[in-house]
Design a protein around this ligand. Structure first.
Ligand code: ATP
Length: 248
């Protein structure tokens, strides 16, 4: 296993009086896919938002612990500074700019400091790669994003995030509401993005799929890590099979 790209240590977070995470520790290895499993309200989205610095936008706050990217401390950083450091979240529900064109949505992803620092040539190369990963975005570049199907909007949200050239991509329920065919295409793209060298932290209701994509996994319950380890080993554990894979 390679070095950790992101290290979460004893993280606690809350929405006002509602405690959502309690002492969560997690290592996200460089260049791998890691998945976070857990039932409704377990704290999965809160964990991603805490890492991406977007928790305050949802009325939440980190109450303790630390999040590091290598030696850099991310805890308490503004979301745009976290993106600049190389950690980019694709939010649950995509949130594309529906009245803007597909191309302008993608450009919006490159506007940050990281995009500027990389320069125009690098920006063009990233865009070419995104069009290879998602040909439909090239075909429909001039159309309003709101006219895309749900799966295509998920692709656009992922493409927009990739424009910032992340070291770690945070994906919150990418298959939500998608057909099995579209889910399979998104899964294949997650593999390709990871093969390009980008680490992925995946929250996914489809636990079977998530465990196939991931090399490491952890299970959250009531805001705490109750299981963690190798994804294949977790997929074989009776508790995970019973509770998350629906196999008795
Ligand atoms: P789901 O799969 O249902 O999205 P989750 O595992 O992602 O669940 P979170 O959304 O992180 O869980 O929620 C963790 C806890 O925090 C839950 O008890 C939830 O009710 C609470 N919570 C989440 N968002 C808010 C919010 N904006 N305000 C208040 N409480 C919240």
């Amino acid at each position: 296993m390679g070095a950790a790209v992101v290290n979460v240590r004893e993280l606690s977070a809350a929405y006002g009086p509602v405690r959502a995470l309690s002492g969560v520790s997690l290592e996200v290895p460089e260049g791998a896919v890691t998945t976070v499993l857990g039932g409704n309200g377990a704290g999965k989205s809160t964990l991603l938002r805490a890492i991406s610095g977007t928790l305050p936008f949802h009325g939440g706050a980190v109450r303790g612990g630390e999040i590091r990217l290598g030696e850099e401390v991310l805890t308490g950083r503004r979301a745009d500074r976290v993106v600049a450091a190389g950690v980019v979240q694709v939010p649950e529900g995509r949130q594309v700019f529906s009245r803007m064109s597909v191309a302008d949505n993608l450009r919006a992803g490159a506007l940050g400091e990281r995009g500027r620092r990389a320069g125009r040539q690098a920006g063009r190369e990233v865009l070419e790669r995104i069009f290879e990963l998602f040909p439909v975005l090239k075909e429909r570049a001039g159309q309003r994003a709101g006219l895309l199907s749900g799966g295509e909007q998920q692709m656009l949200a992922m493409g927009r995030a990739l424009m910032a050239r992340p070291r770690l991509l945070l994906l919150d329920e990418p298959s939500l509401g998608l057909s099995p065919l579209m889910t399979a295409r998104i899964a294949e793209t997650i593999r390709e993005i990871n093969a390009d060298g980008t680490a992925v932290l995946l929250v996914e209701q489809n636990a079977a799929l998530a465990l196939r994509l991931a090399s490491t996994a952890c299970v959250l319950e009531n805001g705490q890590v109750v299981l963690a380890g190798d994804a294949a080993e977790l997929a074989a554990s009776d508790e995970v099979r019973r509770r998350y894979l629906g196999i008795a």
